[in-house]
Design a binder for this molecule. Structure first.
Ligand SMILES: *[C@@H]1O[C@H](CO)[C@@H](O)[C@H](O)[C@H]1NC(C)=O
Ligand SMILES: *[C@@H]1O[C@H](CO)[C@@H](O)[C@H](O)[C@H]1NC(C)=O
Ligand SMILES: *[C@@H]1O[C@H](CO)[C@@H](O)[C@H](O)[C@H]1NC(C)=O
Ligand SMILES: *[C@@H]1O[C@H](CO)[C@@H](O)[C@H](O)[C@H]1NC(C)=O
Ligand SMILES: *[C@@H]1O[C@H](CO)[C@@H](O)[C@H](O)[C@H]1NC(C)=O
Ligand SMILES: *[C@@H]1O[C@H](CO)[C@@H](O)[C@H](O)[C@H]1NC(C)=O
Ligand SMILES: *[C@@H]1O[C@H](CO)[C@@H](O)[C@H](O)[C@H]1NC(C)=O
Ligand SMILES: *[C@@H]1O[C@H](CO)[C@@H](O)[C@H](O)[C@H]1NC(C)=O
Length: 904
């Protein structure tokens, strides 16, 4: 870092420290009086808390959930666990410099420029105090201590002991753990019951729950939770429904963003972690309205659920995971129906096979009874709000389905209740006033940019290939004596010098290839059957989509990877490669069970890992955060897998695509590396391009882009990045919108002196296109800076709330930084990393001078380089013809050759 920048940064830090020291407000206890103002900056040391209850169990804060720095809420927190139990401005969050003001007129939350986003309603007398009670109730009092307003009367998604939810009122779920705005789930109290609803359709009733007892027949007036359980009470305070729970000093009831109602119990009011969830409803995944995306058919499995599309429906291309009619018609929606007014003839219905049921049919009262199916159908056709209907021909009940969209389906038990999904047939649509508008509108904006991006990247790929050829012509290195005798692509063919590789499969497209030790070969038809026609997509890796399936005869679950980004290699070469990969077996590597090579189709069949890839557990904000111990087990497991690839096999394998998506987890603490060996099916440019296209540039070692040799140390670099993300629990490059968009653009762009010019700007646009750009500070840079200050615990995921071993954290951060050394030779081997993480050798000292580029990545702005852009433009004309040859496999990533580009 140049000295002027560094001193400027120091100055800024000093200023910031000074501001903090002078402005920091003291944490008030129980009461604050007008006029009072709080901002998150003033209370940064207490996490935004400005008022504490007398017992210390609750605090009122300007709260920034998940430290995302974009949305701040006036909230009441259960202080020991940091759980928000109420929020004021949930639908109108303020920014980091937003204000909470207490005046004689009430509380107001305003944004940076003073616009009021939320305020208490007009009150009958002036306010003398804001008081936070020991129960967590936030109250506004007048001069005589009378309560003018209280947060307990306006619950958000949580109910505390002592708080009542009155009949007619409801709790609304938050959209997500860091977005408190109202989601689609409600917990409502009605005079006869307590209900969970989604977009107006019921999916749970207290009266239907086996744990609930009805004490007497009386109207319900309120609901509450206390140390002995959950109660629905009559107007006289006597119990109507009760759910007895084991005694706990403190518990809270919350409607989660996933639609589940949970009652969590704490041993003491001051406990930081719950002893457990005593009560979760609905318990089963498939009982949730949207466990699968719209119209997905949810099937409960042993461990969790899977989603498929019902017969006659196919996976949607535009809305991943949801299902659309397989006949090309479109699902009805209220908006499309109104536009189509009077066009009753275009409506048709797709019948669901029995016994497929909809979540709401179990709980919602029928819309109509005593009608035949024809009449029920006519009711639905006549209503724009109707998206489909269920008719039971045994009881003659008719239920119309409504809402903004349809939720998920499940396999029920009734064989007389038959569902029909309303659609607009495409034929009549074309005849309506806006012919074909909907489908055209859907595809064009998606296809055009991606075609453009693809062309741009192809040109770049060709340019890089051309460039590397030019540079190698002068000083043609010899590939080191390669222990691997398998060549992918056509390096040895006479066409190699022209770079053309026409008709790859022509000479050996024969299905009789047999190589000793080759894994099971499946036909495409067999794989289609095993995956139920690719019904359940469980992920998309760097090389293509992954589908869940089952081997015939109950031989276990499988994950089938459809290779997409791989050049069409000759079949024999593909089989040879697969044979090598299939014979690499280690407890830390995902096992290849078989493959399929038919025509141009290439599929790989792997063992199934039921917890999915690490990114889901690590970055997913729905489940509990991975505990520190688990994270270290994942780190060590993944490091062992890579070490085995680098040193344990006959031939050294460089993975080339180490990232959380390629680290898979299964029950019992299993950690395995996937996708190893696949890089060899791609050229270097393809590999770099596809990883950047998929937004994973963050894991690519600098040498990938600077055209230097790729060795196993490139994997070490990527592992270092993954290790930092494990420590932090977030992407190294934040995904939130920055407070300031300019910052986002600057952060997302990277300029590196010896990277081919033109790369960085192209990558910037790709990265911001696929991963939403940057936002937070570049975490590796922060890690470097806090390492210099010895503040390791500050780097650890805040969700762990300090449940972390400091020595391990220091060890992990140091190991990660050593992995990131810019010079590959200075990075430790994977085997060494394993020993460091295990603690059998002391952690090494990261070399700060070899990490300076992190600050550059984190801070610098891209400068367009006119020369390079002209050069690229000049080559565009001839590029189109050559792209396929580059992509078709003119190169290979040979190992352990030091210079993978030497072949070209
Ligand atoms: C207030 O700030 C917001 C951004 O926080 C901005 O969009 C808006 O234009 C500003 N309003 C005024 C009146 O300055
Ligand atoms: C209001 O309550 C506070 C503390 O609870 C007490 O000190 C004060 O005397 C009360 N004021 C009146 C007018 O009752
Ligand atoms: C909370 O207050 C808002 C207005 O401030 C009101 O619309 C809403 O119904 C209230 N919620 C409850 C549960 O009383
Ligand atoms: C909880 O509330 C119910 C209903 O009001 C009451 O019967 C019970 O005694 C309460 N339990 C405790 C521990 O306060
Ligand atoms: C929490 O409260 C319990 C009593 O309710 C007390 O025994 C314990 O010491 C408290 N713990 C802390 C950390 O304050
Ligand atoms: C489900 O999980 C249990 C333990 O959590 C395990 O024993 C069982 O094998 C798992 N079943 C499947 C199908 O993965
Ligand atoms: C259905 O009921 C309507 C009257 O509600 C009647 O006109 C019609 O014939 C019935 N259709 C069938 C198939 O029974
Ligand atoms: C109800 O419908 C099912 C399937 O369409 C049919 O098999 C059954 O006979 C019908 N029952 C009555 C009472 O119409």
């Amino acid at each position: 870092m140049p000295p002027p920048t560094r001193s400027l940064a120091c100055l800024l830090l000093l200023l910031l420290a000074a501001v903090r020291a002078s402005d920091a407000g003291p944490l008030a206890v129980e009461i604050v009086r007008p006029s009072f103002t709080a901002t998150s900056y003033e209370y940064i040391d207490t996490g935004g808390a400005f008022l504490q209850s007398r017992n210390g169990a609750f605090s009122a804060a300007v709260f920034n959930p998940g430290k995302q720095q974009a949305s701040f809420y006036l909230a009441v927190l259960h202080a020991p666990s940091g759980t928000p139990v109420w929020s004021a401005n949930r639908d109108a969050p303020t920014g980091s410099s937003g204000k909470v003001q207490l005046s004689a007129g009430g509380i107001a939350v305003s944004d940076t420029n003073g616009t009021v986003l939320w305020s208490t309603p007009p009150l009958r007398s002036p306010i003398a105090a804001l008081r936070l009670l020991d129960t967590g109730d936030l109250q506004l009092l007048d001069a005589g201590n009378a309560t003018l307003w209280r947060s307990f009367e306006n619950a958000t998604d949580t109910l505390l002991p002592g708080q009542q939810l009155l009949a007619g009122a409801s709790l609304s779920s938050a959209k997500g753990p860091t977005d408190f705005s109202q989601g689609d789930y409600r917990l409502g109290v009605i005079t006869s019951d307590v209900l969970l609803t989604w977009q107006g359709s019921t999916y749970w009733r207290l009266s239907n729950d086996v744990r609930a007892f009805k004490d007497r027949n009386a109207a319900v007036a309120s609901m509450s939770v206390n140390a002995s359980g959950l109660f629905a009470l009559g107007a006289d305070g006597a119990v109507v429904f009760r759910v007895g729970l084991p005694p706990a000093e403190f518990r809270m009831l919350r409607l989660g963003s996933d639609g589940r109602l949970r009652i969590t119990s704490f041993a003491h009011l001051n406990s930081s972690a719950p002893v457990g969830s005593d009560f979760i409803s609905p318990a089963g995944d498939c009982e949730l309205p949207l466990q699968c995306p719209s119209l997905g058919l949810c099937s409960a499995g042993g461990n969790g659920s899977t989603c498929t599309c019902p017969p006659l429906f196919a996976a949607s291309v535009t809305v991943p995971g949801s299902c659309t009619p397989g006949d090309g018609s479109t699902l009805a929606s209220p908006a499309a129906c109104q536009n189509n007014s009077g066009g009753g003839g275009s409506v048709s219905y797709i019948a669901l096979k029995q016994p497929i049921a909809y979540f709401a049919t179990k709980f919602d009262a029928p819309t109509n009874t005593g009608v035949n199916r024809t009449a029920c159908r006519a009711l639905c056709t006549a209503s724009c709000a109707c998206l489909g209907f269920f008719h039971d021909n045994a009881t003659l009940t008719c239920r119309l389905l409504g809402g903004k969209q349809l939720g998920s389906l499940y396999t029920g038990t009734s064989d007389t209740n038959l569902g029909y999904i309303k659609t607009f047939s495409s034929a009549t649509k074309a005849g309506s006033n806006q012919p074909g508008s909907s489908s055209a509108n859907h595809t064009v904006p998606i296809v055009l940019p991606s075609v453009a991006a693809f062309l741009l990247l192809s040109v770049l790929a060709w340019y890089l290939w051309w460039r590397s050829r030019m540079s190698k012509n002068g000083k043609k290195k010899k590939g080191k004596n390669s222990t691997m005798k398998v060549y992918m692509g056509r390096q040895k063919s006479p066409t190699r010098d022209t770079g053309y590789n026409a008709d790859a499969d022509a000479d050996d497209d024969d299905d009789e290839i047999v190589i000793p030790g080759m894994p099971t070969r499946f036909s495409y038809q067999e794989i289609t059957t095993m995956t139920s026609n690719f019904a359940t997509k469980v992920g998309s890796g760097g090389f293509g989509s992954v589908y869940k399936g089952e081997l015939p005869g109950g031989e276990g679950l499988i994950a089938v990877k459809k290779l997409e980004a791989v050049g069409v290699h000759a079949k024999r070469e593909f089989c040879t490669e697969i044979t090598i990969i299939g014979n690499i077996r280690h407890p830390t590597l995902v096992r290849l069970r078989g493959f399929c090579a038919e025509g141009s189709r290439r599929l790989l069949v792997y063992e199934y890992m039921n917890r999915g890839s690490l990114d889901r557990s690590l970055f997913g904000r729905t489940g509990p955060a991975l505990e520190w111990g688990e994270r270290m087990e994942v780190a060590i497991g993944a490091a062992r897998g890579l070490a085995y690839l680098h040193t344990g096999c006959e031939q050294k394998i460089v993975h080339c695509d180490v990232k959380p998506e390629n680290i898979l987890l299964a029950n019992g603490g299993q950690v395995k590396i996937s996708d190893f060996g696949l890089a060899k099916l791609m050229s270097r440019e393809q590999s770099a391009l596809f990883t950047t296209m998929r937004g994973t540039r963050g894991y690519l070692a600098p040498e990938w882009i600077s055209n230097a040799a790729i060795s196993d140390r490139a994997d070490v670099y990527s592992f270092g990045m993954v290790l930092l993300e494990l420590i932090h629990g977030r992407k190294n490059r934040g995904e939130q919108e920055a407070l300031n968009n300019n910052v986002a653009v600057a952060v997302a762009s990277v300029e590196h002196s010896d990277w081919p010019s033109g790369w960085s700007s192209a990558m910037t646009s790709t990265a911001s296109g696929t991963s939403g750009g940057g936002g937070d500070e570049y975490f590796p840079m922060v890690a470097l800076e806090l390492h210099e200050q010895g503040r390791y615990l500050d780097l650890v995921d805040a969700r762990l709330e300090g449940r972390v071993d400091e020595a391990e954290a220091a060890r992990a951060v140091r190991a990660a930084l050593c992995c990131l050394h810019e010079d590959p030779a200075l990075r430790p081997s994977m085997a060494a990393v394993v020993r460091i993480l295990e603690g059998t050798v002391p952690p090494p000292e990261p070399r700060v001078e070899a990490l300076g580029f992190l600050r550059l990545y984190g801070r610098s702005h891209p400068l367009p380089q006119p020369g390079s852009l002209t050069a690229m433009a000049g080559t565009t004309g001839s590029a189109a013809g050559s792209v396929s040859s580059t992509a078709g496999g003119g190169s290979h990533l040979d190992v352990p050759s030091q210079d993978t580009s030497g072949e070209r």
